[in-house]
Design a protein around this ligand. Sequence first.
Ligand code: PHB
Length: 386
Amino acid sequence: MNCFAHAAIAVALTTAIATPAFAQAKLKVGFMLPATGTYAQLGTAIDNGFRLYVAEQGGKIAGREVEYVRVDDESDPAKATDNVNKLIKRDNVDVLIGTVHSGVAMAMAKAAKESGTLLIVPNAGSDPITGPMCAPNIFRSSFSNWQPGYAMGEVMAKRGLKKVVTITWKYAAGDESVKAFKEAFEKNGGNVVKELSLPFPNVEFQALLTEIAATKPDAVYTFFAGAGAVKFVKDYASAGLKKNIPLYGAGFLTDGTLEAQGADADGLMTTLHYADGLNTPRDNAFRLAYAKAYKLQPDVYAIQGYDAAQMLGIGLTATKGDAKNAAVFAEALRKARIDSPRGTFTLSRAHNPVQDIYLRQVSAKENKLTSVAAKALADPGRGCRM
Ligand code: PHB
């Protein structure tokens, strides 16, 4: 054998040793998202956004071809542990992507923490996920429930509103959104005079709207989303409340819902980490690509799905495709500036986006950017020890 043949064998051997089996295998992405129920459309937008980013990378993440497994979680916390265990134990997924509903996401975080499976949450704002439940293998591409709520508390206090009623679904997202709103609103001189709620996902709002009318507050703060938000905005207007008692909310109230809400949403002001009309080259390019791929305008959920895929790409590039190396994956994301259509963001110590929260106002079926309500707002990450 000549020296060239020796060299060729040496190169082949080194490549084989340096390329572990997982690097050649497909990357199994487990989507746990709602496909039915009040949040179904939100799940679809997340899925669309994620797949758009992967398609832009030629169908690969960190050199590995992507394969999807999907479970409909129905936004039902009672089924969440079984559903997530199917993905972890039966399907052996490399990474979990999910979900929309905070209660379901809590079960996912618990299972991810126990099994060490990578989890990227592309919506659910449940504060504890980037608080007491924080872990090296758990990340969020979206927001904490605290963020939009807190920003709106400051906005409404600065607008001189004093007496506010809150109304939401009685579950983690609604409770945490209202709590954060109240924290900022009362710190700045406002007063929450009544906290109204109904069980998720009920939409029988009439008795509560009557109570709002009787209380005569300066304004109302709300957390609703998806199909429930459509109905709430329409019922609020039909009850004749809109012209006398201004309605505000976390931006989910009017995101992905404006076609269905029509004129009943006109003028509503909300806070969120995305807005229509940002008019940056990054957002314009994303919106164009999304509209072309899906014949739909993107919303905040599509952005969160897209960014979950970007985050997976950053982490797995650092680990050379190894989904088991959470420490290196996390180190790369902690240092990263994520080039999101919403604007560049970084991750907090607890792995939640540190991001601008925009004040938006609905006009002509768009959540038009009004101003930046809170610049680079970081969730406090209370209770995270990591
Ligand atoms: C949540 O449950 O955390 C949640 C659901 C829908 C949203 C936002 C938050 O639009």
